[in-house]
Design a protein around this ligand. Structure first.
Ligand code: ZN
Length: 150
């Protein structure tokens, strides 16, 4: 498993240093705010949804390396996906980190996101890794507030 661990560290470091889709979206977007009081991570996710497809997504905020890397990879993973596909990814990611360890499932649907399986070993970090996804989910469910960045 040491290869997996190296990959995990490499990917997380890369995304936390150079987060993708970091910033806000122009125009009207759906916004949701997520907060992880255990660690102090706080982030906002911005979405454009057109015809049931996540046509644009961005995030900003302040958090630890894991929450930032997870948010960065989450935006890459769901961009261009349908809302339904994005919700399935949320469930698969959540299951990987919090589900029964004996049912590893197949991480194939998660692709690169499966590097976060290593976070399971650090229970206090699980909330860091899932924060962006919970925030995405509340944006998709419409629990977020309508935000205008203009
Ligand atoms: Zn954190």
């Amino acid at each position: 498993m040491s290869d997996m661990r190296d990959l995990y560290q490499e990917v997380i470091l890369d995304h936390s240093r150079k987060p993708r889709n970091f910033g806000v979206l122009n125009g009207d977007s759906i916004e949701a705010v997520g907060h992880n009081p255990l660690c102090g991570d706080r982030l906002s996710v911005y979405l454009h949804v057109e015809d049931g497809v996540v046509s644009g997504i961005a995030f900003d905020g302040v958090g630890c390396a894991i929450s930032t890397a997870s948010a960065s990879m989450m935006t890459e993973a769901v961009k261009g996906k349908t809302v339904e596909e994005a919700e399935k990814l949320f469930e698969a990611f959540h299951e990987m980190l919090t589900g029964d360890p004996s049912s590893e499932g197949d991480g194939s649907a998660l692709g690169k996101l499966s590097v976060f399986a290593g976070v399971r070993e650090y229970p206090v970090r699980v909330k860091c890794a899932t924060l962006a996804w919970h925030t995405l989910k509340s944006a998709l469910d419409g629990d977020g507030e309508k935000a205008s960045t203009e």
